[in-house]
Write a protein that binds this ligand. Structure first.
Ligand code: NAP
Length: 343
């Protein structure tokens, strides 16, 4: 069996496998995944040594949580995170699995945002019911921030702070109902903002600390270091481009859309360096964030057994120290970014 190293959160004793399972794919993100394939995927991830699984009510309007709960029930030693901030209401008019909000899920529910005290408590209780589990270890406030809420950001952020959403999470943590909480977002600024209102334990940061971009080094990661906030890295492939590369006929994705030319150019430079060292781009992308001491886990989305095996191969891929040194020397990563193996 392949083993995966464990890392412990700074502010709690929760220990996560440094490669975890992102379960958005199991909510039928972009394409349907059969129930049997979903179960086999999770079984394979756990068998490979992944002891951390991340899901959310949003992933398939509840489908991912149902599938994850059915596999985790009765198993010990797995750390599970889910998210709060959206409540789901049944709508009998919804039928079939046409794509809604990116998910091909047949679950007949539509979300509304609620970051208030009562909203967070209900979201947590709803998740427990969907999961069929007695406990969620980590709760993230999902998609708070200007990237999702634009003009509504001030209002939704006030709901989280003055409206008691963060207080609800503090109550759950103080009662021991959850082990840790933080935000699950694709942007840095809102995390810095939220740190002024609560002691966060862990932040799921998607797409903002990757082989392609390290803006989080400027302010967010130093602040996390000072406060002992751990980071889980989502979006390590920046929505696809760092997994697929640029040399393909199909679309090249960055940040949930078509990759702009400057990003494609940057990745071409990365590919050229990877070629010189015979390193798969996706392996470098998966391993790079783990060099940062605040990062406890990187969680690729796993939607098939094949993707689990491929992820393990990328994780175990030997990458020469010269590759990392050259990466820095030619200015393809921030000089302040820690590199694997202390290169
Ligand atoms: N706000 C939040 O809290 C937030 C935001 C984003 C993500 N997350 C978490 O992070 C997890 C990972 O999300 P992600 O955005 O990084 O998505 P991902 O599923 O890891 O990767 C993004 C894209 O890269 C493609 N890809 C991945 N590995 C590949 C490979 N080896 N070869 C070719 N293509 C590959 C995927 O294609 P396939 O679809 O074919 O696999 C997908 O289209 C999610 O499941 C979720 O748990 C959280």
């Amino acid at each position: 069996m392949d083993r995966i190293a464990q890392r412990t959160l700074v502010r709690s004793d929760l220990s996560l496998s440094e490669i975890g399972c992102g379960a958005a794919s199991l909510g039928n993100l972009y394409r349907p995944v059969a129930d049997a394939e979903a179960r086999a995927t999770l079984d394979a991830a756990l068998a490979a040594g992944m002891t951390y699984v991340d899901t959310a009510p949003r992933y398939g309007h509840g489908l991912s949580e149902r599938r994850v709960g059915d596999v985790l029930r009765g198993r010990d030693g797995i750390v599970l995170s889910s998210k709060v901030g959206r409540l789901f209401c049944a709508d009998p008019a919804l039928a079939g699995d046409a794509a809604r909000h990116g998910f091909r899920s047949p679950m007949p529910f539509e979300a509304r945002y609620d970051y208030s005290y009562d909203g967070v408590m209900r979201s947590w209780e709803d998740s427990l019911q969907r999961l069929g589990l007695g406990r969620i270890d980590i709760l993230y406030v999902h998609d708070i921030g200007g990237m999702t809420h634009a003009d509504e950001h001030d209002r939704t952020f006030a709901e989280l702070t003055k409206g008691g959403g963060l207080r609800a999470l503090e109550v759950l943590r103080a009662d021991g109902a959850i082990g840790a909480f933080g935000l699950g977002v694709n942007e840095c600024d809102v995390v810095l903002q939220a740190m002024n209102y609560a002691d966060l334990d862990v932040v799921l940061l998607a797409g903002r600390y990757t082989l392609l971009e390290q803006g989080a080094l400027d302010a967010l990661l130093p602040a996390c270091e000072r406060r002992g906030v751990s980071i889980v890295v989502g979006g390590a492939y920046n929505s696809g481009i760092l997994a697929t590369g640029t040399r393909r006929d199909g679309p090249i994705y960055y940040d949930y859309g078509a990759a702009p030319p400057d990003i494609v150019d940057h990745v071409r430079w990365l590919e050229a360096l990877c070629d010189r060292h015979a390193v798969p781009l996706a392996a470098a992308a998966l391993q790079f964030p783990l060099a940062h001491p605040q990062v406890v886990s990187v969680i690729p989305g796993l939607g098939s057994v094949g993707r689990v095996q491929q992820t393990m191969d990328l994780y175990h891929q030997a990458i020469p120290a010269d590759f990392w040194r050259d990466l820095r020397a030619v200015g393809l990563v921030d000089v302040a970014a820690p590199l694997p193996g202390g290169a």
